[in-house]
Design a binder for this molecule. Sequence first.
Ligand code: ADP
Ligand code: MG
Length: 292
Amino acid sequence: ATPTSIMVGTGRAAELGVLFRKGEALQGLRAVKVIAFDKTGTLTEGKPELTDLHVSSGQDQDRVLALIAAVEQRSEHPIAEALMAAAQERNLNLPEVSEFDTVTGMGVTAKAGGMRVNVGADRYLKSLNMDLSEFTNLASQLAGEGKTPLYAAIDGKPAAVLAVADRVKEGTPAAIAALHEQGLKVAMITGDNAGTANAIARQLGIDAVEAEVMPDGKVAALAHLRKQHGAVAFVGDGINDAPALAAADVGLAIGTGTDIAIEAAQVVLMRGDLRAVPQALAISRATLRNIR
Ligand code: ADP
Ligand code: MG
């Protein structure tokens, strides 16, 4: 491509809120066969809300939620915000917390009100040898509805299953439809539960799902997609998306996301609306067509 045509293309993209930080990304995008999206905060708003809370017999809902929210106060995960907001809505008093710890990609734990509390994914409590059979039917039903099931344990015993759900962004279905029309495959990479991820993917017509991916596993998930489909672009917003943004053939960061993600990406979407992705691809194709 001539420097002039690249300049014109990047200028047109900028008008649509798509910043190409390097001219090569405009050419790289043209070769892409599959676009992989992070789920939380990219396909969805990233503001989950508590939708369900079921406690074991003998447990009190408010007491369990207060313990959970107390532990989550120390977490920066969007799930933590959802659980704290739910406790606040019920005007619950939160007990004292100590010995907080995050188990990456799994959940959180602390002492709250003198009890050991664990909150997180099923694989987290299973890794602590807890028996979740009382809750597994309900949890898979919740996942089938596209909600993220979570478990809470008190003093080593499962005490509750709960679910959070996050709205799909307004522009997401149209963005996926446009990418399909452009002949691309669309994939999702997420740390979330496989049942939940598959339910959302089905709703959105997403072709491939890589779920229950640990934060350091997103790069391997991309390599897997590249092997199956060819050159891969990745769209993400979070700190844990930065390595994948750097490793993708083209990395596109959401401009409202974390700085670390933005720095790792070649392309920045100034608005969170994913319709900018097929628009950027169209500009890339048009720019490179002009010069041949
Ligand atoms: P993602 O960014 O896709 O949510 P993460 O690796 O951050 O992926 O989290 C993976 C899973 O770990 C979450 O879906 C949730 O089940 C669990 N988890 C992580 N952090 C927390 C937390 N603060 N509270 C409860 N569960 C958590
Ligand atoms: Mg995210």
